[in-house]
Design a protein around this ligand. Structure first.
Ligand code: 5GP
Length: 115
């Protein structure tokens, strides 16, 4: 079983957040330290620590995560302007919270390569 994290507490309502979406499998809320005008974290309720920990059985959950982020992007009106989805995997990739999450960033132009 994955260790509990701050995101587990947010999902359970033990820590407040600015929620933008929830269904039976996913939860989305604004990042407390936004890196873009719109910066939302979309997370599966299942506490998978890192994307590299996902298993074959998580295939639909991972696909659904991207579709959920698309839905949130439409809800927030950033679809036409374009957006970026980011999943950091591991400390070297800057992952700080070990509950799988997808960063949905929009509302500005982005450069490549990322930092
Ligand atoms: P990571 O670096 O793990 O990919 O991203 C973690 C993200 O979670 C960071 O962008 C950070 O600002 C955000 N974050 C950390 N703690 C909290 C919190 O308590 N509330 C919210 N809304 N975001 C958080």
């Amino acid at each position: 079983m994955a260790e509990d994290t701050i995101f587990g507490k947010i999902i359970r309502g033990e820590i407040p957040c600015d929620k933008v979406y929830e269904d039976d499998r996913y939860f989305a809320f604004y990042d407390i330290n936004p890196a873009a005008p719109t910066h939302v974290l979309v997370i599966p309720k299942k506490p998978i620590p890192k994307v590299s920990d996902a298993e074959e059985a998580d295939e639909a959950l991972l696909g659904g995560l991207v579709l959920c982020a698309n839905k949130v992007a439409r809800q927030l009106g950033i679809t036409e302007g374009g957006y970026r989805m980011v999943i950091n995997c591991g400390k070297a990739a800057n992952q700080e919270v070990f509950h799988l999450h997808l960063h949905l960033l929009g509302g500005r132009d982005f450069t490549w390569p990322p930092g």
